[in-house]
Design a protein around this ligand. Structure first.
Ligand code: ADP
Length: 201
């Protein structure tokens, strides 16, 4: 069977990248930060990026806002466009991971089905789902970009948590309660998980 069952091309084969790992001395992974807007994904992604680089790891950040300006600029916020957005991010993450990077994705990724799809594209063994958790009231108070204000005023439609659903992750690899944890403690929790699982596979 083709490695890419959805593709019209039937003779595609996955690139074996195990030799890359040896070169970088650690197992690559995709650390997928999911959570509602202003939960802290970008803030934690930046701090995690710095911490991983201090460990000598090669990293890349894929931020939801920046892909929407480029790779996914043709997509809106309907359910099917959000799913396509996530599929593209997952495919690009996989390519970067295959190049040996630790990839940090900061993307609301509200539907559990599409996160599951991303996991299947990246591979269960490499996918680290991190729920960046803040209650809606708290995120709405933080509102660093003023987006909740706009959504409440009806200026943004399909806004996650207001008029679009967020499926709370049931079994994320890491759960971060951002009301209880500082940014540094959240980074530590992710690094702990990655460190303990570096020998998987
Ligand atoms: P997102 O990327 O999820 O939309 P951002 O990282 O852009 O969220 O914004 C989260 C805001 O919440 C930032 O202004 C950040 O400083 C603030 N914040 C307060 N406490 C925390 C915490 N414990 N963890 C992460 N962010 C926090």
């Amino acid at each position: 069977m083709s490695y890419f069952p959805d593709s019209p091309s039937q003779n595609l084969h996955a690139f074996a990248f195990s030799h890359r790992r040896a070169g970088h001395g650690h197992k690559p992974a995709v650390i997928w930060l999911t959570g509602i807007s202003a939960s802290g994904k970008s803030t934690i992604a930046d701090a995690l990026d710095i911490a991983l680089q201090k460990q000598g790891r090669m990293t890349a950040i894929i931020d939801g806002d920046s892909v929407r300006g480029g790779l996914c600029r043709d997509l809106g916020f309907t359910d099917s466009d959000r799913d396509e957005n996530i599929r593209r991010v997952a495919e690009v993450s996989r390519l970067m991971m295959e190049a040996g990077l630790m990839v940090i994705v900061a993307l609301i990724s509200p539907s559990s089905a599409s996160r599951h799809y991303a996991r299947s594209i990246i591979g269960n063994e490499f996918f680290v789902e991190v729920h960046v958790d803040a209650p809606l009231e708290v995120a709405e108070q933080r509102d660093p970009k003023g987006l909740y204000k706009k959504a409440r005023a009806g200026q943004i439609k399909h806004f996650t948590g207001i008029d679009s659903q967020y499926d709370v992750p049931v079994f994320p690899e890491v759960h971060l309660n951002t009301q209880a944890l500082s940014v540094e403690q959240s980074v530590e929790a992710i690094l702990d998980w990655v460190g303990h699982n570096d020998s998987r596979g």
